[in-house]
Every structure is written in C-alpha cells, then in structure tokens.
Ligand binder design. Structure first.
Ligand code: HEC
Ligand code: HEC
Ligand code: HEC
Ligand code: HEC
Ligand code: HEC
Length: 503
C-alpha cells in the first residue's frame, strides 16, 4: 500500500500529487450525515456531523462575508498602491487554503482570484493539517501556522480506520492531540501588526492572549471547550457517536463510537451576520445557526441590578459579569456592548432612559461621539459602552486596521482572573492587552464591571418599573464603510441579558 502511495505521488508520471488542501465538500461524503445518538441513520433528525455544522458557521463564510469584503475594499481605497499586499494579507486568515500554497511559492493572492477553495474560508483541511510547530509561540501568531506536507489529517482519536478516507481523498486520518490546544485557534485569533516596522507589535485582536492572561488555561477550559462543545446526553454526561459514515449512510463496519465528539458549531456572537447570510443564500440552516449563536451569546454574561432609593434619587448598581474566556466583547474592533437602562412610572411613562438607539442605523440616540467609561451615570445622554477604539498615528479615532497604532479606549470587561503581566512571564514579550481609559476603581476588575446609576427622583415612594438590557452590536456605525449596503437588520443590536424590577 505504502509503495503504491509513493508511486502515485511521484511527479512526472501523469498523476497529479494530492493537493495539500481540499474543499470541504470532499469531506462531506463521510462526515456530515451523523445523527444524534439514539436517532436512526436513515432519517434526517438534525445531523451533528462536522461538515453540516461547520458549513453554517462564520468561519465557513470568512471569504464571502459581505462585511469582510466591504472592509477589505475600504482598506484598499485608503492605500490603492498597496492593493496587492493588503488583499494578500487579509486572505492569509480569511482564505487560508488558497493563500497558503501561494505564500510558500512566494506569490500573492488577490480577492478577484478567489476560487472555490478560497471561498471555503477556514476549511477542514486547514485546521486539521496545522502541525504542532510553534503553537503558542509568538511566531505562530497573525496566521503563521505551519501546515504539514505529509497529507496527515490530525484528529483527537487514536488509531483511526484509515482506508476509506485515504482511498477517497488521498489524505490520512492520524492522531494529533494538538487539535485540542487553544494555541491552534490562537494562530489566527491573534492579529498583530507592526506599525513601527520593528519588533513592537500592536494587538489588533487578542482573544487568545486575553485567554492566556485569564484563569481559564489553569482550569483546562480552552477555546474548543466553549466553541466546539462536546456531545452530551440529557444528563450532561459525555456521549459517544461514530465520527464518520459510509457514503450511503451508516457506520463503517470496523469502526466504533468515539468519545469525546466535538460539535463543529463555532458559535460566537455574530447573530446578525449569520441571519444576513441566511437571506443571501436562502438557507434555513444558517437561520438556525443564527439562533444557536444567539443562545450562545446569552451565555456570555450575567446581569445583576441592585436598586435603592434615597430622598432625591433612584440608585441602581448594574453589575455585568463576563462569563467568556476573553474580554467581553473581544476580537474585531467593530463590536460593542452597552447598557440600556429605562425607568417607567406606574402609568408606563418613561422617567429616565440611557442607551436608546435608532432602529434604522443602529446609532445611539445620544450621539456617536465616543462615550468615556463611566463610574457613575446621572444623565440620560451618558451611556455605558464597553468597547475598544483604535487610534492612528495622529491620535485620532480610526476604523482602519492598517492605520491603528494604539487604543484610545478599551473598557471591554476583562475575563475572570485577568492579569496581563502573565504574558511577559510566559516570554511572550511586550504585548499590551490591558485596559485603557478606565479610572482606577474597584467596580471594574477581572471578570466584572459595575456601573452606578444615580437617577434624579422627586416622586417619593411611588412605584416604578426598572428595565435593564445588555445589548451586543456587531457593526457599530463608526465601522460602517462608506457605501456599505447592509440591511438595517444587520446594524441592529441583539439582547444578551435583561433584568426587570418592579417596586
Ligand atoms: C477551526 C478549526 C476546525 C475546522 C475548520 C474543522 N475542524 Fe474538525 N475538529 C476541530 C477540533 C478542535 C476537533 C476536536 C474536537 C473534540 O473532540 O474535542 C475536531 C474534530 C474533528 C473530527 C473528529 C470527531 C471529534 O469531534 O472528535 C472530525 C471527523 C472532524 N473534526 C472533521 C472535520 C471536517 C470534515 C471539517 C470540515 C467540514 C472540520 N472538521 C472542520 C477543529 C476544526
Ligand atoms: C491573523 C489573521 C487575520 C488577518 C491577517 C485578518 N483577519 Fe479579519 N478576522 C480574523 C479573525 C480571527 C476574525 C474573527 C473575529 C470576530 O469575529 O470578532 C476576523 C474578523 C474580521 C471582520 C469581521 C467580519 C464580520 O462579519 O463581522 C472583518 C470585517 C475583517 N476581519 C476584516 C479584515 C481585513 C480587512 C483584513 C486585512 C486588512 C483582515 N481582516 C485580516 C483574522 C484575521
Ligand atoms: C470515504 C469516507 C471519508 C472521507 C471522504 C473523509 N473521511 Fe475523514 N474519516 C473517515 C473514517 C472512516 C475515519 C475514521 C473513523 C474511526 O476510526 O472512528 C475518519 C477520521 C477522520 C478524522 C479523525 C482523525 C482522528 O484520529 O481523530 C478527521 C479529523 C477526519 N476524518 C477529517 C476528514 C477531512 C478533513 C476530510 C476531507 C478532506 C475527510 N475526513 C474525508 C472517512 C472519511
Ligand atoms: C486559519 C485561521 C483560523 C483558525 C485556525 C481559527 N479561526 Fe476562528 N475565525 C477565523 C476567521 C477569519 C474568522 C472570521 C470570519 C468572519 O466573520 O468573516 C473566525 C471566526 C471565529 C469565530 C466567530 C464567530 C462569530 O459568530 O462571531 C469563532 C467563535 C471562532 N472563529 C472560533 C475558533 C476556534 C475555537 C478555533 C480553534 C479550534 C478557530 N476559530 C481557529 C480564522 C481562524
Ligand atoms: C468560557 C467559555 C469561552 C472560552 C474559554 C472562550 N470563549 Fe470565545 N466566546 C465565548 C462566548 C460566550 C462568546 C460570545 C460573547 C462574546 O462575543 O464575547 C464568545 C465569543 C468569541 C468570539 C466572537 C467575538 C465577537 O464579538 O466577534 C471569538 C472570535 C471567540 N470567542 C474566540 C475565542 C478563542 C480564540 C478562544 C480561546 C483562546 C475563546 N474564544 C475562548 C465563550 C468562550
């Protein structure tokens, strides 16, 4: 078998060598129609196979995502002479299966030349061929993962039954436990730039670094634990299932059920983008994925409201606990979350409101000028917005990834146990991931932030109703590129958590 494999791979004999990357559709044959445990193989009862779930994720759309395309065009329009370089840079993580081989050959990829493999985005054969080389080290960041050239597809299980997959794809399933390492995700989920051209890096996106500086690594809770949750039974115990099926359906006879079994949903926060893609592709499964993502987003935070009355004020302590493994919000800088606080009288009249937005544009009605971080809010025009804001070389606010050199504001809520100095202790150099623009006070710390609302009040003890919502927005108006034709729905926030109090 091995000799035959070598023979086929020899160049110049009329056989093309197996390409390093294959489209996900090639894997679907045996890795999609996997039923939930206990359900029959012959009926569609909601498949849980990797292809089925991955196909409806943002990573599968990384190179066709309309907001991503608009942002690439925005960056290019600012520096037309650098078009080729910029596009190739963006495609490194957004279309890795097509960009990587060109990179090795010293060539560049342009957006206009994306083929079906590039449009597969972060596809199966990227994640599953990343080798352990440099993982977790600074030289693996910014999409500098190393893909093996042995045609091995790594997975967490020992002794995979190799023959059918080798026969159909030319690739060999092999045990490689490093697929469970958070650092594998950290290769692309650490986006660094070098504005000064030297070693000093600016952290544009740092979920992996934020996670490293939190208490989660010590607890063994990785990116995979939350974003590729393991299959469980109704009692919450780990469940087992076959990981591959024969093309017509049903398991390959020599294989058995495997556990753990990871659900390739990759749900994050982008409810609106998935719903928009569902419209574009007219795909109900994407709508379902948007629903799953909303459920996931609702698990990101806990909201606690403690009310109190004084003779002249209604006082609310609004506490937000970050339950994620990184900052809340994290990653792409167009994200923000904010608090909407409303107080009604017993007739439903609004006495106070902070955080209302315009349903057409998604803009805050108090205006889009940057809100500082507030310890105390006592006027309706003040809104607590948790976000990061990039500054350019002149100290002005910018939405450009290429102009950003610093943070003007970063009051994203840190994860539990957050201690940025951990990075330097691990030898990861001077990577700044700390908070910016938050006056030192105990109400903002690792894992949580409390905002104190002091609402002027002359109504004595008459009853009021308090409504507090925590809202998440994917694209804040300042990050909307000129001419970007998004439906109004894509700009709308989604509710992460709510609290209602009467009294
Ligand atoms: C973003 C990276 C990533 C992508 C993309 C990805 N996988 Fe995975 N895959 C993983 C990780 C991590 C695991 C380990 C999950 C676990 O068991 O905890 C895994 C596990 C598996 C397994 C073993 C079953 C299991 O859950 O242990 C199979 C089979 C598999 N993937 C196939 C695929 C196929 C087919 C695709 C494309 C349709 C794909 N994967 C896309 C990261 C990825
Ligand atoms: C080192 C890897 C990497 C590079 C290089 C990269 N990105 Fe990304 N990009 C990511 C990751 C990871 C995310 C997901 C973060 C999130 O969802 O918050 C992302 C998300 C985005 C989004 C948000 C998409 C949405 O639907 O909300 C946009 C827009 C974007 N990138 C634009 C760009 C542009 C423009 C470039 C080139 C200048 C670029 N990216 C280069 C890794 C990268
Ligand atoms: C013709 C069927 C078939 C095709 C096509 C196929 N696989 Fe597999 N795959 C299998 C079988 C069978 C196993 C082993 C199952 C076992 O031993 O439990 C497997 C195992 C795996 C594993 C787990 C490896 C481990 O040790 O944990 C991964 C990951 C994987 N395949 C990814 C892929 C990817 C990516 C593609 C597309 C390039 C693909 N497969 C195409 C049949 C197939
Ligand atoms: C090859 C680069 C690459 C690797 C490796 C990678 N990602 Fe991603 N990931 C991306 C890009 C690019 C996006 C943004 C897609 C978009 O929105 O256009 C993204 C988006 C995401 C999102 C955001 C989804 C949302 O709804 O906002 C999650 C969650 C995610 N990845 C998890 C993971 C996990 C977990 C791993 C490791 C198992 C991983 N990624 C490995 C490139 C990568
Ligand atoms: C304890 C669970 C947990 C862990 C661990 C975790 N995440 Fe998340 N992640 C979440 C939740 C919940 C959300 C949705 C809320 C949000 O956006 O932060 C999320 C959101 C995201 C997003 C989308 C952010 C956005 O708004 O666009 C990305 C990208 C992401 N995670 C990547 C990672 C990576 C990479 C790791 C590992 C280094 C990781 N996550 C570890 C729970 C977790």
């Amino acid at each position: 078998m091995r000799a035959l494999g070598l023979f086929i791979l020899l160049p110049g004999l009329g056989f093309a060598p197996t390409p390093r990357f294959l489209e996900a559709g090639e894997c679907a044959m045996c890795h999609t129609r996997i039923p939930k445990p206990g359900a029959g193989w012959d009926r569609d009862t909601g498949f849980i196979g990797p292809f089925h779930l991955w196909r409806n994720s943002m990573m599968a759309h990384a190179a066709v995502d309309p907001y991503w395309k608009a942002k690439v065009a925005f960056e290019v329009a600012r520096r037309p002479a650098a078009k080729a370089e910029i596009e190739d840079h963006c495609l490194r993580c957004h279309a890795p299966a097509q960009q990587y081989p060109l990179r090795l050959a010293g060539r560049r990829l342009a957006v206009a030349r994306l083929d079906s493999l590039g449009r597969d985005g972060v596809t199966c054969t990227v994640c599953h061929q990343i080798t352990p080389a440099h993982l977790g080290k600074a030289d693996s960041f910014s999409g500098r993962f190393v893909v093996g050239d042995r045609g091995e597809i790594y997975g967490p299980h020992a002794g995979p039954f190799r023959m059918p997959m080798e026969h159909h794809t030319g690739l060999t399933p092999a045990e490689g436990r490093h697929v469970l390492d958070a650092a594998l995700c950290g290769t692309c989920h650490t986006v660094l730039t070098h504005p000064a051209g030297d070693d000093r890096a600016f952290v544009e996106q740092g979920p992996f670094l934020e996670w490293l500086a939190s208490e989660y690594p010590g607890q063994g809770r990785t990116c995979q634990s939350c974003h590729l949750p393991l299959l469980r039974d109704a009692q919450g115990n780990l469940a087992a299932q076959f990981i591959a099926h024969r093309p017509p359906g049903g398991p390959f006879p020599p294989t058995g059920e495997r556990s753990p079994f990871g659900l390739h949903r990759f749900a994050g926060a982008n409810v609106r983008a998935l719903a928009w893609l569902a419209e574009i592709e007219n795909e109900p499964d994407l709508r379902e994925a948007a629903g799953h993502t909303h459920e996931h987003l609702k698990r990101a935070a806990r909201l606690e409201v403690t009310p109190r009355r004084t003779p002249d004020a209604l006082v609310l302590d609004v506490r937000v606990l970050n339950l994620t493994g990184h900052k809340l919000p994290t990653a792409y800088p167009s994200r923000r979350i904010w608090l909407r606080v409303r107080v009604h009288d017993w007739q439903g009249r609004i006495l106070f409101e902070s955080g209302r937005w315009d349903p057409g544009s998604g803009a805050l009605e108090s205006g889009e000028a940057t809100q500082p971080h507030y310890a105390v809010i006592d006027r309706a025009g003040q809104v607590q917005v948790f976000e990061s804001i990039y500054g350019d070389g002149a100290g002005e606010e910018t939405a450009s990834l290429l102009d950003a050199v610093t943070y003007l504001k970063d009051n994203r809520i840190p994860p539990a146990g957050f201690r940025p100095a951990r990075l330097a202790e691990m030898g990861l150099g001077p990577l700044a991931i700390g908070t910016v623009g938050v006056p030192a006070h105990g109400a903002f710390r690792a894992g949580e932030a409390t905002t104190h609302y002091r609402i002027p009040w002359s109504g004595g003890s008459s009853p009021v109703r308090v409504e507090v919502d925590l809202l998440y927005q994917s694209i804040k108006p300042g990050h909307r590129p000129p001419g970007f034709a998004a439906p109004a729905s894509a700009m709308q926030p989604v509710v992460m958590a709510s609290a209602r109090l009467d009294g």
